[in-house]
Ligand binder design. Structure first.
Ligand SMILES: Nc1nc2c(c(=O)[nH]1)N[C@H]1C(S)=C(S)[C@@H](COP(=O)(O)O)O[C@H]1N2
Ligand SMILES: [Mo]
Length: 351
């Protein structure tokens, strides 16, 4: 494949082996787990049985024996590895927020499908080095073994892309979640994990990586998962931006919605805050956004979410709306509403 080829997928694949049979999907079709609500996220690390699950097309069943990963496109040496070879790379751990961006059909709804987990796997940089990427490569396209239709659009694979510049040490081809083999619905036997990017980019049941100069031409990269760019006044500019980097966000874990707290007694407002690049300030409002107070915030450690706490002593009885607002270290602050990272509001009562 030449360095000037802009659309590798349109070319015959130069892998000489037979095309593998399509994996069986079980279940076939859209499949997800209802995520924990914010007040249920008391644990720093989310148990695997509580982690969000989002499968647009179904759950392919692939054995480690059958699994192969093809690396092609703008590389000097198109390469195929098997599962044993994947395990032979240095094993690395990443604790990271794992967040679903929400439905691509409702990109402005704050879905708060979040978790904080530990992935184990090989560094993508180590695996790609085998194939010797060409300097012209700008994007990594990742293909999943799933297929079918989403929102009545036929899809012969789940294909996503991300910038090669992101290929720092923590992009993984993961084979473990929270210290055990990936469950089938989380991408067994191997998946991409791009810490700091929304979960949609972390392709499960990964079968192929193609290096390219252009974005992938797939419904999951063109039709869905692109946000309108906004100007300073919040109006759309007409341009669209891939749903990649996780915007600053936070949730209040305690008190829970509809809790009763006692006037004159300290109420600890606690929760989690996160952003691609970390959060450097977290504000709490105990009067529906009129006044804001700085909470105590844990320093970012790697990609994990950061705990916060604000000790509030309510004075008057009555209904109150608590709010948390995260500021990203790389800029950005949670908007009031109509965005996936809109401020989390918790109505409670002071008695
Ligand atoms: N192959 C494939 N990868 C996928 C998806 C998918 O449908 N197919 N869903 C994506 C979305 S939208 C999210 S939020 C995450 C969810 O990962 P999880 O189910 O392991 O939590 O996987 C992403 N990777
Ligand atoms: Mo998602």
């Amino acid at each position: 494949m030449s360095a000037t080829d802009k659309n590798p997928a349109s070319r015959p694949h130069d892998d000489t082996s037979e095309a593998p049979a399509a994996a069986v999907l079980d279940p076939a079709g859209f499949f997800r787990r209802i995520p924990l609500l914010p007040h249920q996220l008391a644990s720093r690390r989310t148990a695997t049985s509580d982690v969000i699950v989002l499968c647009h097309l179904g759950v392919p069943r692939i054995t480690t024996d059958a699994w192969r990963l093809t690396i092609d496109g703008l590389v000097e040496r198109p390469t195929i590895i098997d599962y044993g070879r994947l395990l032979s790379f240095p094993k690395v751990f990443v604790e990271t927020v794992h967040q679903c961006a929400g439905s691509p059909l409702q990109p402005e709804v704050a879905a708060r499908r979040i978790s904080n987990v530990v992935w184990t796997g090989a560094r993508l940089a180590d695996v790609l080095a085998l194939a010797q990427p060409q300097s012209a490569a700008r994007l990594v396209w990742g293909y999943g073994a799933d297929y079918g239709a989403f929102d009545n659009v036929p899809c012969d694979t789940y294909l996503k892309d991300f910038p090669l510049s992101r290929l720092n040490e923590d992009v993984l081809i993961a084979y473990e979640l929270n210290g055990a083999d990936l469950p089938p619905e989380h991408g067994y036997p191997a998946r991409l994990v791009i810490p700091g990017f929304y979960g949609t980019n972390s392709v499960k049941w990964l079968t192929r990586l193609t290096l390219a100069t252009e974005r992938a031409d797939s419904p999951f990269t063109t039709r869905w998962y692109n946000d309108p760019e906004l100007d300073e006044t919040g109006r759309p500019t007409g341009a669209r931006r891939p749903v990649w980097s996780i915007a600053p966000e936070s949730v209040i874990v305690s008190p829970a919605p509809d809790a009763q707290v006692t006037a004159g007694t300290i109420c600890a407002v606690t929760g989690w805050a996160w952003a691609d690049g970390g959060v450097d300030r977290l504000d709490i409002s105990c009067d529906a956004g009129v006044r804001w107070h700085a909470a105590t915030l844990e320093k970012p450690t790697g990609r994990a979410w950061q705990g916060f706490r604000y000790d509030w002593t309510p004075t008057a009885a009555g209904p109150v709306t608590l709010m948390a607002r995260a500021h990203g270290r790389r800029g950005g602050v949670q908007p009031q509403n109509s965005r996936r990272n809109a401020i989390h509001c918790v109505p409670i009562t002071v008695v």
